[in-house]
Design a protein around this ligand. Structure first.
Ligand code: 13P
Ligand code: SF4
Length: 301
């Protein structure tokens, strides 16, 4: 922790000088999550909290779609992402043109897009969702059939919980798609009695064999409530690192997978972001209003 001290001190000073806040996703490393973040959470919490920010500058310690969402909700504020290359395999899996073709193939069927998409894709959709509210959003539409894009596995996992017919796309999270049902069985054999929690971006057979599935905030809440003796979080590695601090009595065992996009963010580039006002996230005004509408509609559900 001592090796982080210089950057942490500088970031805390820069936040005061620039009237800045740091919003950090649950997959950020502990020195960011516990050391400099003002607000931490899952994608839904970060979007909700972004509507309440009073600071002049928002640094988004997370990936690009999260920074775009923060900018959509705060058009007057400066939104910075420490590394523009922090993308997402789900966001890269679909374009507005794909949505136009899907609408032609399924006339009248509303389009729900996961927040893990570009602002242009959000603008082409009717409403957004996150893993924390997907079922509620889908059912809020009051229709029998919905296009749920782009995460195939999230759509299939939610389809098991609702009577609404969900038409999926073929996007996958490159981190969660790596977990297999064999992994789950091997873990149960290795650690009898272990509690296994899977993120809903995992393949459906993995979620089916898990004890619980939920967003990153849902996972954290479940550990706090169920207080398992030993737990595996089938998700990004920093989740266990961050959550375990609050639960010293719980044995967090791995495996886990690293998200190379989330891991592009570091104390050093957060410090540089505040020192050099980089990299500013903007949204094309031609799509911003429609994208904002889809996000705000989600937040109203
Ligand atoms: P949540 O934090 O909303 O569960 O999302 C996980 C994720 O992969 C974000 O990129
Ligand atoms: Fe995207 Fe998966 Fe990384 Fe989340 S963990 S940012 S969904 S690639």
């Amino acid at each position: 922790w001592l090796s982080f001290e210089d950057d942490i001190d500088a970031i805390l000073r820069l936040k005061r000088e620039r009237n800045a806040v740091i919003l950090a996703h649950n997959y950020q490393t502990p020195e960011i999550f516990h050391g400099v973040a003002d607000i931490v959470g899952d994608s839904l919490a970060l979007a909700r909290e972004a509507t309440k920010v009073e600071a002049d500058v928002i640094v988004l310690a997370g990936v690009h779609f999260m920074a775009e969402t923060a900018k959509l909700l705060n058009p007057e504020k400066t939104v910075l992402i420490p590394d523009m290359g922090a993308g997402c395999s789900l966001a890269d899996s679909i374009t507005p043109e794909d949505i136009a073709l899907l609408r032609q193939a399924h006339p009248g069927v509303p389009v729900v897009t996961y927040v893990n998409t570009s602002a242009a894709v959000k603008a082409a959709s009717d409403i957004c969702c996150t893993s924390g509210n997907a079922k509620r959003v889908v059912e809020s539409l009051g229709v029998p059939k919905v296009l749920m894009l782009p995460d195939e596995y999230l759509a299939k996992n939610i389809a098991r919980e609702t009577d609404v017919e969900l038409i999926a796309w073929h996007g996958h999270c490159e981190v969660h798609e790596l977990f297999t049902a064999d992994d789950v069985r091997e873990m149960r054999a290795a650690w009898p009695g272990v509690t296994i929690i899977a993120h809903p971006e995992c393949p459906p057979d993995v979620v089916a064999e898990a004890d619980f599935s939920g967003s990153t905030a849902g996972m954290s809440d479940y550990v706090g409530t169920a207080k398992p003796g030993r737990v595996v979080l089938l998700t990004e590695c920093s989740m266990s690192d961050n959550v375990s601090v609050q639960h010293p009595d719980v044995d967090f065992v791995r495996p886990c997978n690293l998200c190379p996009h989330m891991k592009r963010i570091s104390l050093a580039n957060i410090r540089a972001a505040l020192e050099e006002n980089r990299h500013e996230v903007t949204v094309d005004p031609a799509i911003a209003a429609d994208a904002r509408r889809a996000v705000e509609r989600m937040l109203a559900v």
